[in-house]
Design a protein around this ligand. Structure first.
Ligand code: PCP
Length: 394
């Protein structure tokens, strides 16, 4: 019998900020550069996506705030496009300027933070774009390691989710979590009517009463029971129909809509959850009021960001370099009218309307020099850009 006690394996904030949460080759690189007399080599590193997941034309840039927290106190200047910007392939997202020795080992955590949040924010934005004025609730924490719960809720919310379920969202993000009841409540009480009633009695003042109507009987039977049990207190129903019973989900929802009309309650909301992805949203969006989406956001295709040295300071000047396949030189993103322009660092693009500098300076010598937007401001920024992009559901 081993003496080992069970433990958790997540890295701490301190290990992330100190650079201990990294890949070994960065530590080896730093030692070699020191011994080779290059400990003061200055570089410009750029973060970008040279490819997008299949079927993606754009992605949402998220995770910047965490990157700034990671870099705070290091002797670096940081330039970035604002968090929440919808970007395209090869556009410059983040540029870090400083002595390589001072931040080399942070590449792993910087990319990890940006890729994780951008992946979730992009998936949420795609769902929200497809759902239109219908609600998207993010229920995907259970598909992830608990260490990242507030990060995932933050990214999903920024991306456009109308609500998130995690309790820590309130503590870390100031976002009140949303959710009514799991099947566990109904099974524990042994009677769905008791569960709905208990819920309404305890919570109707603080949250809409949404009855989960798929536990023991057919959805149609349980909707009748919910109407009978709660009357006007019933605000909505949630259908988490098991996949084994989902012949034609659209027809099940149509039947429930019809029934609600017949019973004089056409305004009772219908929320569907379980196995919802982009296609299901398109299939059901005209019939339902909202979607609970988990795994397809939590496990969405990863936004493949990379970070490369694109300039080194040699012989008193910045020299543009890169590995093959990448474009040498640090770049900035501009907008001119509706056009997006990628320009070299010291180049001012010509523009006959208003030239907007999308890339701006966030940090000087490891100190934040620009106020950070609120979560709601970032979310609104994403939603406003979503109106301008197109999307083919996958
Ligand atoms: C729903 C479903 C999934 C959650 C939502 C997300 O939860 O069963 O676990 O679904 P997705 O990952 O397929 O998108 P509940 O009905 O609350 O789960 P439970 O059965 O635990 O009550």
């Amino acid at each position: 019998m081993s003496e080992r006690r069970p433990r958790l394996y997540s890295a701490s904030h301190q290990e992330i900020k100190s650079g201990e949460a990294t890949d070994i080759y960065f530590l080896r690189t730093k030692r070699i550069l020191r011994e080779a007399g290059l400990a003061d080599l200055k570089v410009r590193m750029e973060v970008h996506a040279y490819s997008m997941p299949k079927g993606y034309e754009w992605a949402v840039y998220a995770g910047l705030e965490e990157v700034l927290a990671i870099l705070e106190g290091r002797k670096v200047d940081v330039y970035s496009i604002p968090e929440g910007t919808i970007f395209r392939q090869k556009e410059p997202l983040l540029v870090i300027e400083g002595v390589y020795e001072d931040f080399a080992e942070l590449e792993t955590a910087i990319l990890g933070s940006l890729r994780f949040s951008s992946t979730i924010a992009t998936a949420a934005a795609r769902m929200k774009k497809l759902a239109g004025d219908k609600t998207i609730l993010y229920f995907g924490l259970r598909a992830l390691h608990p260490f990242v719960y507030p990060v995932a809720d933050r990214a999903a919310y920024i991306g456009g989710a109308d609500g998130v379920s995690g309790v820590l969202a309130e503590k870390y993000l100031g976002v009140k979590p949303k959710g009514t009841m799991p099947h566990a409540l109904i099974i524990s009480l042994g009677d769905q009517r008791k569960a709905w009633k208990w819920f309404a009695d305890l919570y109707e003042k603080e949250t809409p009463v949404i009855a989960l109507v798929d536990t023991f009987n057919d959805e149609r039977v349980e909707v009748e029971m919910a109407l009978e049990t709660l009357g006007d207190r019933l605000w909505g129903v949630r259908l988490d129909t098991p996949s084994s019973r989902r012949g034609k989900m659209r027809e099940i929802v149509e039947e429930i809509r019809w029934l609600l009309r017949l019973r004089g309650r056409p305004n009772v909301k219908i929320i569907v959850s379980g196995g919802i992805g982009e296609r299901q949203i398109v299939e059901l969006r005209d019939l339902v009021d909202g979607f609970g989406v988990g795994t397809s956001i939590s496990s969405a295709p990863n936004i493949d960001l990379s970070m490369d040295i694109v300039e080194v300071y040699r012989g008193g000047e910045w020299v543009k370099v890169s590995k093959r396949g990448k474009l040498p030189g640090a770049k900035k993103l501009y907008k001119c009218g509706g056009k997006r322009i990628v320009a070299l660092w010291d180049e001012k693009p010509t523009c006959d309307s208003n030239l907007e500098e999308v890339t701006v300076k966030y940090m000087e010598d490891g100190r934040l020099i620009r106020p950070l937007p609120s979560l709601d401001e970032i979310r609104e920024y994403v939603l406003s850009q979503l109106e301008e992009v197109s999307l083919e559901p996958l």
